[in-house]
Write a protein that binds this ligand. Sequence first.
Ligand code: GTP
Length: 352
Amino acid sequence: MTTQQIPVVVLAGFLGAGKTTLLNHVLRSARGTRIGVMVNDFGDIGIDAMTVAGQVGSTVSLGNGCLCCAVDASELDEYLEVLARPASRLDVIVIEASGLAEPQELVRMVLASENERIVYGGLVQVVDAAEFSATRQRHPETDRHLPIADLVVVNKADRVSEDELRDVHETVRGLAGKAVVVDARHGRIDPELLFDRVVPEGEIEGQMSIEDILYGEDGEDAPHAHPHAEYETVSLAAAAPLDPRRLMAFLDSRPEGLYRIKGFVDFGAADPANRYTVHAVGRFLRFYPEPWPEGEERLTQLVLIGSGVDAAGLRKELASCELNGPQDAPDEHGMWGVLRYVQRTEEEPDES
Ligand SMILES: Nc1nc2c(ncn2[C@@H]2O[C@H](COP(=O)(O)OP(=O)(O)OP(=O)(O)O)[C@@H](O)[C@H]2O)c(=O)[nH]1
């Protein structure tokens, strides 16, 4: 009996590009394909793991830290072992890299895995169409990530004009070599694009060979540039609800370097029914209210990622948003500032 190897697809892209959104779309529209998910979050609180649509028993979170910096592939192997055991009956495994990971390192680690039940299934690189130029300027290494991709998704097509989208698409196509380049809104790609791109043995589609990736183009295992060396992460978990006005004042004046915020906010009596998922990517800010999951502890959990930021100052500012007991109740219009950033149409259910 021959055992089918499970393809392991690496899903990468800069902070906030839309990896989790794409992954959730794929999970929702998988139609019978059994997908195992490995999430590599950056920050003490695993926000991504919490926002990936649950497939019980087939999601593992790699927690704080960057997988691409692990000294060897043993931690990855440990998790692959869990996901790839025959009882899981998975058809494909997707590793969502942290937004600061070096995708080449992740690919190397999958290729180096000793697990015989898995095979490298390709690299998907998600690009934020609206932030692409700015990200390239700040992180020129972005250009190195595209040629090793098998599929590049130019996401957030809705956030740019048609001309801008064409420009980004053309630039990406120029950098991405033979990779397939598709445009998307809210990560809505055909899931088949992800699963059918199993790489033929000995060859990675695109310009680089497996040897190039394993040993570096010049045959040397050169140390990789770390975008996250310059980034700092601040995590906050607060039991007290936040005051909407104070939080908005904080968000409206957030420093330039604070590129990414994600998490859940409890506004207490100002909206007892809903938990507010918050996302900031660059100057983009959105709240997504949804009923608190049953039995879930009412906590605010935030992860802030930025470069050149004053972590202690941010912590202090966030702490000052917490409500101090009943005498500190938010006023009745307090939520207006938050509701300006709620856009329900963005998370429409899939057409499929
Ligand atoms: N307008 C718009 N917003 C999008 C699109 N795709 C994702 N978003 C929003 O962008 C924000 C970040 O999306 P995520 O999917 O969390 O991004 P990510 O790449 O997983 O983020 P990190 O894990 O922090 O690197 C969220 O508010 C998403 O709803 C899109 O195509 N258009």
